[in-house]
Design a protein. Structure first.
Length: 183
């Protein structure tokens, strides 16, 4: 099985090379954000205010990491349910986001926005937060520290594993899996 290597941030061309079902290893900078941070960013966009991070080409990981133990960059860092961000994701994609990482299904509006704005939705393995944290080399809060674990963190990652679930062409690995199983 081929594994594709991605260097974050991403370009349109990077995204268009990915298909649902592809396994990837991400290296570079990714950001974390969950529902509270997404709500704050959406409010800023609607008010015409600057965002705390430049979304152009970025990857957002839906995670609320636990505190780091001595000698670690981050504590356990497993994905959270992506559907909680669905109300905000089309707007965030419109403003330059290229990929998001989480777990679970996305709604139709998100899948349409991924196609329209050339983005992808990736899944990380739920329940593997301790293992995923080993792929994080550095972690720092860059916005909304008052949100604690839901603050926006800047993560430097090396070979962070994920699978493409929804690609920029409208394909959905979860739907394909259900159809294959039904046969």
């Amino acid at each position: 099985m081929e594994i594709k290597r991605l260097s974050a941030p991403l370009s349109d061309n990077d995204v268009l090379q990915l298909k649902a079902g592809d396994n990837v290893l991400i290296s570079g900078v990714i950001y974390t954000a969950r529902d509270a941070a997404h709500k704050k960013m959406a409010e800023l966009i609607k008010a015409g205010q600057p965002l705390p991070i430049d979304l152009k080409g970025q990857i957002i990981y839906y995670v609320g990491p636990t505190p780091a133990k001595p000698g670690q960059a981050i504590g356990s860092a497993g994905p959270t349910t992506s559907g909680r961000m669905d109300a905000y994701t089309p707007l965030i994609l419109e403003h330059g986001l290229k990929a998001c990482i989480g777990k679970g299904f996305r709604n139709a509006a998100v899948k349409e926005a991924l196609q329209k704005f050339k983005g992808v939705y990736l899944a990380a393995v739920g329940g593997a937060g301790a293992l995923l944290s080993k792929r994080v080399l550095k972690s720092e809060v860059v916005a909304y520290p008052e949100l604690g674990a839901e603050a926006i963190y800047r993560l430097e990652v090396k070979d962070f594993p994920a699978t493409v679930i929804n690609d920029a062409y409208g394909n959905d690995l979860y739907e394909e899996g259900v159809k294959a199983y039904a046969r």
